[in-house]
Ligand binder design. Structure first.
Ligand SMILES: [Zn+2]
Length: 421
């Protein structure tokens, strides 16, 4: 089913909220290549982020193209219209060549009765004992279970199909990479559900190259994974097995891989991901986003002077407008307000105190995950500063870039794609 643009085996989604770090981000992929692994950059920015900042997808395209030109990157790179739907896709059509079709809102909407019956009839292989290579226990699936899964996901997949058809008409076949995302919902999808969903996607002839399920556990923004690591590891392995099976059984694209919408910095699952991907010879797309924005703040704080003053101002404003900023992210952050330092105290901090609290170094006793999460959603404050914030980034480009590159390469690429801690 796959033709035209193909997403290579390993890719990393990077978010560049203010369109100033594309070069520093690409530099991390160059370091990866030098270390012996090809990791393709995908610049992702969701409609929500564009709306909060007041930016247009075309600015992300311009920044990515300029970085690629300046650094002489000759491998593929992509621009991801992240979490779009039929209502929001329009302004992404021209600049983007990767589309994350977000159907989470339709999960749980009952499907048409005839559609459910037709699906079950078309898939007798999904009933009874289903043996998947590399999964120890065969899945035991009965008809009510498949009906249940269809009533939870079939309407969502049909909606993905509508978006895909629009993309086919406007961009043309093979001119873009489609992903389906189901991560922004309350309930994780199990491997057996994933298998059934993939059968639905194949029926709709959507040649997805990545799929983003919701995994077990909590994926709070900018901080580490919270959940049962053994369970995550088991399910991640079974997801890979289910994908390999679905690719051969249903003719989905051979490069179909999991997309991990990490919310950034899920360090404790990186090793299990690396090991599972190696074991299966699979690919993986690691989507990060806000981690780069926080490195901008760290770089500004490290620079001292006006940079540090701006970082402190962002914190004070974020603290004052906490409810407004955290509202849209309520399900994906967990801030202990008692652990937040008073802005007056922070105003007296040195560069080191600020970066120690913010930098995601769990070995540092001064690291403060609540401080970090509040600043993670605080980019709206920087957006409101307008040119003042951007000029500070430009004046301190070297120290900011160093933090952006080091973070992506050392903390994300090394553990996920090279198996190094
Ligand atoms: Zn997501």
């Amino acid at each position: 089913m796959s033709e035209g643009l193909e997403l290579p085996r390993f890719s990393i989604g990077v978010g560049d909220r203010f369109a100033h770090q594309a070069k520093a981000q690409l530099q991390a992929c160059i370091l990866a290549a030098e270390a012996g692994v090809e990791v393709i950059p995908v610049w992702n920015k969701s409609n929500r982020e564009h709306t909060i900042i007041g930016s247009e997808p075309s600015s992300t395209r311009a920044a990515a193209d300029a970085a690629v030109r300046e650094l002489g990157w000759h491998k593929p790179y992509f621009l991801d219209a992240d979490h779009i739907n039929l209502k929001t896709v329009q302004r992404f059509l021209d600049p983007c060549d990767f589309f994350t079709l977000d159907v989470a809102d339709l999960i749980g909407q009952p499907a048409q009765k005839e559609d459910v019956a037709e699906f079950i009839q078309r898939h007798p292989e999904l009933l009874g004992e289903v043996v998947i290579p590399d999964i120890d226990e065969p899945f035991q699936i009965d008809r009510p279970f498949v009906e249940g899964v269809a009533n939870k996901f079939l309407a969502a997949v049909k909606h993905a199909s509508d978006i895909y058809q629009l993309l086919l008409q406007t961009k043309g076949a093979g001119r873009f990479v489609p992903e389906i995302s189901m991560d922004e919902t309350d309930f994780p999808q199990t491997p057996v559900e994933l298998l059934i969903i993939l059968a639905m996607i194949a029926d709709e002839k959507i040649p997805i190259q990545t799929i983003a399920p919701k995994f077990t556990g909590r994926f709070n923004k900018g901080v580490d994974y919270v959940g049962d690591l053994a369970q995550f590891t088991k399910e991640f392995n079974e997801d890979l097995a289910a994908i390999a099976y679905a690719v051969s059984r249903y003719g989905l694209p051979k490069n179909l891989k999991l997309s991990v919408h990490s919310g950034s910095d899920k360090f404790s699952i990186y090793q299990p991901i690396y090991e599972a991907v190696q074991k299966f010879g699979a690919g993986v797309h690691l989507k990060t986003a806000g981690t780069t924005w926080l490195e901008e703040l760290i770089g500004l704080a490290e620079a001292g002077g006006n940079g540090l003053a701006i970082a402190k101002e962002v914190y004070a404003e974020a603290f004052a407008h906490m409810d407004e900023l955290t509202g849209p992210y309520a399900t994906v952050i967990n801030i202990d307000s008692a652990a937040l330092p008073a802005p007056e105290a922070v105003n007296g901090w040195t560069s080191e105190q600020f970066t120690d609290a913010l930098r995601h170094d769990q070995a540092n006793p001064a690291y403060n995950p609540s401080f970090r999460q509040l600043l993670h959603v605080g980019f709206k404050v920087a957006a409101k500063m307008g040119p003042r914030y951007l000029e500070a980034l430009e004046a301190n480009e070297a120290v900011v870039a160093k933090n952006v590159t080091t973070n992506l390469f050392e903390r994300h690429i090394k553990p996920v794609f090279l198996g190094q801690r």
